[in-house]
Design a protein around this ligand. Structure first.
Ligand SMILES: Cc1cc2nc3c(=O)[nH]c(=O)nc-3n(C[C@H](O)[C@H](O)[C@H](O)COP(=O)(O)O)c2cc1C
Length: 232
């Protein structure tokens, strides 16, 4: 039988859900934040556990990619790898504007977790032999639900990291979405980036960094505007 939770457990989960907020943490890419090796080790272990626990997200269809049913893939860049991307950024990409935010965010985060989803029918390599026989509307639904499941994975991860007192920011990914960057990170198709989650470790020195809230954080309408009890 599954574990019973207490009212306190519910309160804790509710607090975590309500407290999760975007903070874009930006540092100086010429002077990346220094992360104490001991606390980095501890925080990396917590992050890895969270990445594994987030796998409890629901998913509707067996994606059957490399015999893995889950429609998400996760690539983790620790601080040192983030710094390498930051310091090579303008050599790797000659089409980005100066002042691009990615190098400064990569210089300040403890880790960046890249979560991809795996389109099954709407991808360029069209790997699915059954795509001829499955109606187009069904193909679209299946892909939408692969994406929805991967989104549930991302939120699970962010809530777990929030409960571990880590800062999170779900970014669309900018340059991380490009095939050029994904090739450098060995992220093969059909992976399609869904989220670059920037993770701020709890003991990052906040004097060195700027923390900017999400632009829609205060824009929410109250539940009565988007919720309806259906009366029949
Ligand atoms: C799919 C997705 C992609 C996002 N991409 C970006 C992004 O590229 N840049 C950005 O500033 N915020 C991005 N955000 C974060 C939103 O700005 C943020 O969630 C919103 O402002 C509400 O703030 P809150 O997360 O603090 O509640 C993204 C959020 C989601 C769900």
């Amino acid at each position: 039988m599954s574990e019973m939770f207490t009212p306190e457990d519910l309160q804790t989960v509710t607090r975590v859900v309500r407290q999760r907020r975007t903070f874009k943490v930006m540092g100086n890419s010429d002077a990346p934040v220094q992360i104490d090796p001991q606390s980095a080790e501890k925080n990396r272990a917590i992050l890895l556990e969270s990445v594994k626990s987030a796998d409890s997200a629901p998913f509707h269809y067996d994606r059957q990619c490399d015999n893995v049913p889950q429609p998400w893939r996760v690539n983790i860049l620790w601080h040192e790898s983030c710094q390498k991307v930051a310091s090579n950024f303008y050599q790797w990409f000659d089409d980005v504007k100066p002042g691009n935010k990615l190098p400064s965010m990569l210089s300040a985060c403890g880790a960046c977790v890249l979560v991809s989803w795996l389109p099954q029918f709407s991808n360029s390599i069209s790997e699915d032999a059954a795509s001829e026989t499955i109606p187009k509307a069904k193909q679209i639904q299946i892909d939408q639900e692969h994406l929805a499941a991967a989104s549930a994975y991302v939120q699970n991860l962010m809530l777990l990291l929030t409960a571990a007192n880590m800062g999170t920011y779900w970014s669309s990914g900018g340059q991380f979405r490009t095939r050029a960057m994904m090739d450098r990170l060995s992220m093969a198709a059909p992976q399609q980036l869904l989220a670059a989650v920037f993770v701020e470790f709890p003991d990052t020195n906040s004097d060195e960094i700027q923390r900017v809230p999400g632009k829609l954080a205060q824009a929410r309408s109250s539940p009565d505007r988007w919720m309806n009890i259906v009366q029949l």
